[in-house]
Design a binder for this molecule. Sequence first.
Ligand SMILES: NC(=O)c1ccc[n+]([C@@H]2O[C@H](COP(=O)([O-])OP(=O)(O)OC[C@H]3O[C@@H](n4cnc5c(N)ncnc54)[C@H](O)[C@@H]3O)[C@@H](O)[C@H]2O)c1
Length: 405
Amino acid sequence: MTTKGKEFKGGFISRNSRFNYLPDADKYLSVIDKPKYKFNVIGTGIMGQEHMRVTMLEGRGTIHGIYDTNPRSIEQAKQIFLANYPGNNLIEYNSLETACNDPEADGLIICTPNYTHIEIIKEAIKSGKHILLEKPMATTIEDAYEIVQIAENYTAIFQIGLQYRYKAIYTEAIYEALERKTIGDIKTINISEHRIPFLDKVKQWNKFSKYSGGTLVEKCCHYFDLLNLFAQSKPDHVYATGSMAVNFVNFEYNNEKSDIIDNAAVTVVYENGTRSTFNLCMFSPMFYEEIIICGDEGRLKAYENRDFLTLKRPHNYLEIMCGENKPSRITTPSYPQDIEESGHHGATYYEHIKFIDNIAGTKTDTATVDEGFWSVVVGAAAEESLRTGKVIYINELLKEKNIPF
Ligand SMILES: NC(=O)c1ccc[n+]([C@@H]2O[C@H](COP(=O)([O-])OP(=O)(O)OC[C@H]3O[C@@H](n4cnc5c(N)ncnc54)[C@H](O)[C@@H]3O)[C@@H](O)[C@H]2O)c1
């Protein structure tokens, strides 16, 4: 009987279908262990389908069942899943309750629109199962805080889908700036995100702030999570400007006009004095994101780009300049191609590795419910600043909402 080789981490060998011709008895490096965990996916749109794909790629879990209110989402998710993973079954639930409470499933992956998260969590929590809840955890600070309270004494894993920290550039930046402290004490952080407009969604929920939380909550909570992480401090005050300059200016759905911004400049000042800015443009012909962190001993700059036109320049780039203090260098951090292409440049894959490590009892650095909450706080404060033109002091904002700070 062959057992899986522990000596060499070779997922790229066991995942490679070229070895399917081998009799099971001859598989050693290419053996695939039986998945240990079963997950139900709630919401099988773009992100739900990414979670299904990545679960199977990661291999220690499988998808047990799915639930969605849109028959086409179910149909597509089922078709892709069964075509790519023949021999697997997929249960289709006809209610949220049954999807959450099937005793066969170990965990729930919740990928429904932002405004539904709070109600779905209230049902999901009754199951006691492990939960991976997509970002932003809620559309408002009040709902996010309610989820913090709900999750407080939850004994199973409750993870928030803020997985950008596992993109190769940010993983390396976290290691250099926070663990090795290569650039000394961090003083300033700038992040830019330039990308194409929000895509079509079921019922176009992402075109309306009341369903998404607004662009700075919906999309940008990822970057506010990164700013919070690098600043290693709580946000003190936030100032934002922005507008709907190009996208969806003529968009109407059910006789309602879209109200989301497509560009912004946000300043976040932290309690420890770290100063940060975030710049957004959503009418760019390419995906580009960049972080620049300056410390008292050096400067780190990293970017990730996908321009659809050329693969000639590196997708990922990271430079660390330390002047006379330490060695400087330029690198191009990346993951294996199949992992990078599985979704969000590999970030979702590593999120799943860590989700399962968490379930298996190995504590990891995944986004906690508290971190999810603070990413919503900064996003909602920025939306408020943009609306009012005022600087938003976080302690005052939370006080107004009776949320202990
Ligand atoms: N972590 C990331 O990088 C990332 C990326 C994209 C989206 N997201 C998040 O994932 C979530 C889903 O986004 P998406 O892009 O997949 O949207 P989508 O519209 O493509 O998919 C959402 C699905 O949820 C279904 N749905 C709506 N209400 C439901 C309900 N009450 N019960 C069950 N199903 C319901 C819809 O029919 C649809 O199929 C959002 O919270 C979004 O912010 C996260």
